[in-house]
Write a protein that binds this ligand. Structure first.
Ligand code: ZN
Length: 305
């Protein structure tokens, strides 16, 4: 699930340490690379879903097609238990420690999995979160767990079938062809959702419910995009962790930081859209390099875990 990478060199660890040391107003942007180390797959890494032929649902498909929504919610329901069982990594905890020590001014994440929160951080979730469900007609939003319960109540036979499945490892006899997807979605045999499957509607207006995430083809809500952009323009250092910056909304942020004179750096396994822009690019596993930075030089930051 995590692309191969050599252990971080002393030079890389020291460069990243120096980056933290020399900044006074640091913004950190994290992406899928943070979560792959926790067993939540990545869309775009060398081993990611795009490389293995999977195409995530687009906003347009979700809004236009009831069939697409059924498929999405059926898979997502099936994958929820495993998705929520993923634990924050050493990288999540290291970032929370740096934040607590005042070394990070503002954190933005592209991840929708709440793993930063569970490690003790509170980042701006630029692509939203799967832990909230929102009505696309009236904007009413509520807790995903409640939605899961509603789905279960509306589809008891189906829910029981899913719960009796042993997910196993992808490809194993026990996996039933199911495979975990980056957004909590799971690949599942069509017969489970094609017939006799009901999706809850909005309790306020009867409208269409959607996870509160920005799907491909949709835009980041303006107030959220503005907050992130403001942070990028006002920082003196901008650090990208585990993102290839393929979405325009993320690339724009590091570009804006660069243009307003901030120092910039990227830690990511594999190429990113901003490799030509940044003076410091490190190929390393975040769970290895970030904890090492904590114990380098004068930082000596106590870990939160
Ligand atoms: Zn509604």
């Amino acid at each position: 699930m995590v692309p191969d990478s050599d252990p971080p060199s002393l030079k890389d660890t020291d460069s990243l340490y120096q980056f933290f040391e020399s900044s006074t107003k640091l913004v950190v942007l994290t992406g899928a690379g943070m979560s792959t180390e926790c067993g939540i797959p990545d869309y775009r890494s060398p081993n990611g879903a795009y490389s293995t032929g999977f195409r995530p649902i687009t906003h347009q498909e979700f809004v236009r097609s009831k069939r697409a929504r059924r498929r999405y919610w059926a898979r997502s329901y099936a994958g929820w238990r495993k998705f929520t069982a993923a634990q924050p990594s050493a990288a999540h905890y290291a970032l929370a420690s740096l934040e607590k020590a005042g070394r990070i001014n503002f954190m933005i994440t592209q991840n929708v999995d709440r793993l930063h929160h569970r490690a003790g951080s509170n980042p701006l979730e630029i692509h939203g979160t799967v832990y909230t469900v929102i009505c696309i007609d009236c904007g009413y939003s509520f807790c995903r767990n409640l939605f899961q319960e509603e789905l279960k109540a509306l589809n008891p036979k189906w829910a029981a079938a899913i719960e009796s499945l042993d997910h196993g490892n992808p490809g194993s006899d026990k996996s039933f062809g199911m495979k975990q997807r980056p957004d909590g979605d799971i690949e599942i045999d069509e017969k489970f959702w094609e017939e006799d499957y009901t999706i809850p509607t909005c309790q306020k207006c009867g409208g269409v419910l959607k996870p509160d995430v920005v799907f491909f083809g949709d835009n980041v809500p303006k107030d959220r995009a503005d907050r992130a952009m403001e942070a990028a323009r006002e920082c003196d250092a901008f650090l990208v962790l585990g993102s290839a910056l393929m979405t325009m909304s993320a690339y724009r942020l590091i570009k804006a930081a660069h243009e307003s004179g901030a120092a910039t750096a990227i830690v990511n396994i594999g190429v990113t859209r901003a490799d030509d822009l940044v003076p410091l690019k490190i190929n390393a596993r975040l769970g290895e390099i970030l904890p090492r930075v904590l114990h380098t030089g004068s930082l000596s930051i106590p870990a939160v875990r």
